[in-house]
Design a protein around this ligand. Structure first.
Ligand code: FAD
Ligand code: NAD
Length: 405
């Protein structure tokens, strides 16, 4: 019998979990498993706010893919996917083409700008580790330039964060700790620095528990962070952002740094596949296959599943991406054996939003948590993700062990 080729695109949480599970369950002769990723490393997307604020080095949020794959069973190709032809069953990359019997698309998320003018050009977004590093360096550059300028432009020290979802709030939590460090490092009086979060919805962390939201806002306010709520950003320019404050009322905020954290979409390559999608997310069948394509699985942020209890999509999270990776591997193996596939149901354990290194808020197994306890849980969740993919060795190498800080 012909050995099938399983081609996995993207080594984020979804893709890497799929590959790690396939290599555990299959023998070296059972299949050709090929993993393609842009970089030779995986980065923890869930830690990007730390790399962006500069509270963690970009190096610390990533690890070599070769450290977690078995090269006897998996061929790793460092390449950038450029096109996916699901009819001809060919994937084109910058270094060659690949055919497949089973395809797993796990190319992750991109920042969504909703067509708001100027954001693509003038705002920074922490969509990957290189972009996160750019935010860190941009902020440092603004502080360094301010301290050498003869005629000082204080707006260099204004940081606007668009969006008070989980990403925006976690980034602000890190900035709360980082700004005093930056001021010390670059001889900047802290009262000159302004950090403003602009949120379109009428509340911070829309839809989250109001008591926990209140805790987070008080914590961030105590660090000097301001909020403008119910006021969408409508434009970005080289000088800053325009905010809609009411019917025909706009305020321009001059800012040296604009970080856009107001939502995500799937990878743009999905839009060119011909598979029906919404903002590059495919409403997958229950067994994670793309509708109409029996050999194409989609996992992680490029997949969309409806939570029937509330008739809304499940949020794109690492938690779900990893669970989908498990199921995707099982379903490919089932198809190889001629057995039926299983349906995917997310097992939601809760969510914890960090507020810097030593504080957090969350709901875990239905219980609210705050403070050191929540921060401890967040670090344990981060360590668990490492453990699930790379076992104890990777956890000890890259894990967070300042647990009670
Ligand atoms: P990704 O993790 O985005 O991985 C995609 C991979 O594909 C990357 O390795 C990328 O380099 C690669 N790739 C992309 N394009 C190409 C290409 N053209 N060619 C080759 N390779 C390519 N979720 C949680 O559950 N808990 C959290 O605490 C949490 N915190 C977060 C914090 C931040 C700051 C952010 C931004 C997100 C957070 N999330 C969290 C959401 C979570 O990070 C995503 O849901 C998750 O990363 C999705 O996993 P994925 O495998 O689909 O994609
Ligand atoms: P999001 O969509 O959850 O939040 C974006 C926020 O931006 C919303 O509050 C929205 O109202 C606001 N917004 C939209 N347009 C705006 C505008 N024009 N001006 C101002 N504000 C605007 O996106 P996210 O925070 O990037 O999160 C993406 C996904 O990653 C979510 O599923 C989230 O749950 C997950 N995530 C989880 C964690 C965690 O579990 N700790 C951390 C980060 C992200």
């Amino acid at each position: 019998m012909k050995r099938p080729t399983i081609l996995v695109l993207g080594a984020g949480y979804g893709g890497l979990t799929t590959v790690v599970n396939l290599q555990k369950s299959l023998g070296a002769d059972d299949a050709n498993i090929v993993l393609i990723n842009k970089n030779e490393y995986h980065y923890e997307s869930t830690w990007l706010h730390e790399a962006a604020a500069g509270t963690m080095s970009p190096e610390s949020v990533r690890y070599d893919i070769k450290d977690v794959i078995n090269s006897n069973k998996v061929k790793f190709v460092q390449a950038e996917v450029q096109a996916i032809d699901v009819t001809g069953k060919v994937v084109t990359t910058n270094v060659g083409t690949h055919t497949y019997d089973y395809l797993v698309i796990s190319l992750g998320f991109e920042g969504e700008t909703f067509g708001i003018p100027g954001l693509d050009k003038y705002a920074l977004s922490m969509a990957n580790v290189k972009a996160a590093r750019q935010i860190r360096e941009h902020i440092e550059y603004q502080f360094a330039t301010w301290s050498t300028e003869e005629v000082k432009d204080d707006s260099r020290l204004t940081i606007v964060v668009g969006g008070a979802g989980f990403t925006g709030i976690e980034f602000l939590g890190e900035l709360g700790n980082r700004v005093p460090e930056l001021c010390k490092e670059f001889d900047v009086p802290q009262e000159k620095v302004r950090v403003l979060c602009v949120e379109a919805a009428p509340m911070v962390l829309p839809g989250f528990d109001p008591e926990l939201v209140d805790y987070a806002v008080r914590h961030l306010n105590s660090k000097g962070i301001e909020f403008s709520i119910g006021t969408p950003v409508v434009e970005a320019t080289p000088e800053g952002v325009n905010i809609k404050k009411g019917e025909d009322v706009f305020e321009f905020v001059k800012a040296g740094t604009v970080v856009w954290a107001a939502g995500v979409r799937g990878n743009r390559l999905i839009e060119e596949t011909g598979i029906e999608n919404m903002r590059a997310r495919v409403k997958v069948d229950k067994d994670l296959r793309a509708p109409g394509y029996s050999d194409v699985f989609i996992v992680g942020d490029c997949a969309l599943m409806i939570n029937e209890a509330v008739n809304r999509p499940f949020p794109p999270t690492a938690q779900i991406a990893m669970q989908q990776g498990d199921m995707c591997a099982n379903n490919i193996i089932a198809l190889m054996k001629g057995e039926p596939t299983s349906d995917f149901t997310p097992d939601l354990k809760g969510s914890v939003c960090s507020l810097g290194d030593s504080d957090a808020i969350g709901v875990v197994f239905g219980k609210k948590v705050t403070g050191t306890k929540a921060s401890f849980m967040k670090k344990m969740i981060d360590n668990r993700a490492l453990f699930m993919i790379g076992g104890l060795g990777l956890t000890l190498k890259k894990g967070k062990f300042n647990l009670l800080k």
